[in-house]
Design a protein around this ligand. Structure first.
Ligand SMILES: Cc1ncc(COP(=O)(O)O)c(C=O)c1O
Length: 385
């Protein structure tokens, strides 16, 4: 900026990596769909050779995401799970991973049903207990995998404290920060080494693009990730990168609105006679509230989970919702509702689900940007089922 000040978050969301097209002045940079780039002579490129390796639209996206997360490097992928897979491919057979026990179901399935076959070992722990993470680390532990807030119970992990212990044990710490987005939480500032996003969620924000990203300020990790991004090839299309850039421009506005509405809805649900329990870190009786207030930037996210008496009642409520769409995913402009036990977390074995508290009566809401009174009215009529 002219006065030397670093531009604020919302300014960077609109401008970082998105400078007007130098050739035409177009304020929306073009999408570069080309798969290959002409070389001036053998080995003499203008910065690009082949779009799996690098692409101008993808580079713009990576620059914007890195700026928002406060990272030196961003590597973009075709989905959140493609990002997770490629990151885990940096490990060696026999390496051990400690992970938080209510991770996203697809992450659990990747660890348990795929990567175990390649001789990686995994231990699930309640990462809200820093001592439990420490106790689970062995001399083969290379990675500690956290989510915060967790999915679907919105538990809050002390990222700084876990990172300190993990580093003493020689492990790298990765935080899947999808639920918070960089508007609310920046794990690298808290001591984590790597941040992962399913950009399908808040970053895209419109339920029209699947993507993922890994961010770090560690040059060594970034270099190996870039090699694997190209070698493994799970890259996003230029059009998907462009859609993500379009979504990022309004990220801050959307997330602030979603947080305000989520907080209002959580308080309303807490008073409803058919609701047994509400999980939302913004509620002052939530066990992670104080930590979230310290670790997150002034708001607590757009996801609220609540429990009703039984799976049958949850099914009925979900069937009756009219504005909330019964659908997986979260973080977009439209409000969504789902049953973690029967939908997003069905791939987690029932015993493990019960152990962490994901019962059949649990409903997860992703709050969109609609009028909050309409959303409350919808929940009210559905809970009357
Ligand atoms: C917290 C979290 N991490 C990762 C993923 C996986 O991302 P994707 O669906 O983009 O592969 C999801 C998807 O729901 C998620 O909720």
């Amino acid at each position: 900026m002219a006065d030397g000040r670093t531009p604020g978050f919302a300014t960077r969301a609109v401008h970082a990596g998105q400078e007007p097209d130098p050739e035409t002045g177009a304020v929306v940079p073009p999408i570069h769909l080309a798969t290959t780039f002409r070389q001036d002579a053998v080995g003499e490129t203008r910065g690009y050779e082949y779009s799996r390796t690098d692409n101008p639209t993808r580079r713009r996206l990576e620059a914007c995401l890195a700026s928002l997360e406060g990272a030196q490097h961003c590597v973009a992928f075709a989905s959140g799970l493609a990002a997770t897979t490629t990151l885990l491919l940096l490990l060696e057979p026999g390496d051990h991973v400690v992970f938080t026990d209510d991770v996203y179901g697809g992450t659990f399935r990747l660890f348990d049903a795929v990567l175990r076959r390649f001789s990686l070992t995994f231990t699930a722990v309640d990462a809200t207990d820093t001592g439990a993470v420490d106790a689970a680390c062995t001399d083969r532990t290379r990675l500690v995998w956290l989510e915060s807030p967790t999915n679907p119970l919105l538990r809050v992990v002390d990222i700084g404290a876990v990172a300190e212990r993990a580093h003493e044990r020689g492990a790298t710490v990765c935080v899947d920060s999808t639920f918070a987005s960089p508007v609310l939480q920046r794990p690298l500032e808290l001591g984590a080494d790597v941040v992962l996003h399913s950009t399908t969620k808040y970053l895209g924000g419109h339920s029209d693009v699947v993507g993922g990203a890994v961010l770090t300020s560690d040059d060594g990790i970034a270099e190996r990730l870039r090699f694997h991004q190209n070698a493994v090839g799970a890259v996003p299309s230029p059009f998907d990168c462009w859609l993500l850039l379009r979504g990022l421009r309004t990220l801050e506005l959307r997330v602030r609105r979603q947080c305000d509405s989520a907080s209002t809805i959580a308080r309303w649900l807490r008073e409803h006679p058919r609701v047994q329990r509400v999980h939302y870190p913004g509620l002052d009786d939530h066990p992670g509230h104080t930590l979230a207030a310290r670790q997150m930037h002034g708001a607590y996210g757009g996801v609220v989970s609540f429990e009703v008496e039984s799976g049958d009642l949850a099914r009925n409520v979900l069937r009756r919702l009219r504005i909330f769409a019964l659908a997986e995913s979260l973080g977009a402009v439209e409000s969504l509702a789902e049953s973690p036990a029967m939908m997003t977390h069905a791939s987690v074995p029932e015993e493990q689900r019960r152990k962490v508290g994901v019962g059949d009566g649990l409903i997860r809401l992703s709050i969109g940007v609609e009028d909050v009174d309409d959303l409350i009215g919808d929940l009210d009529q559905a809970l009357d089922a």
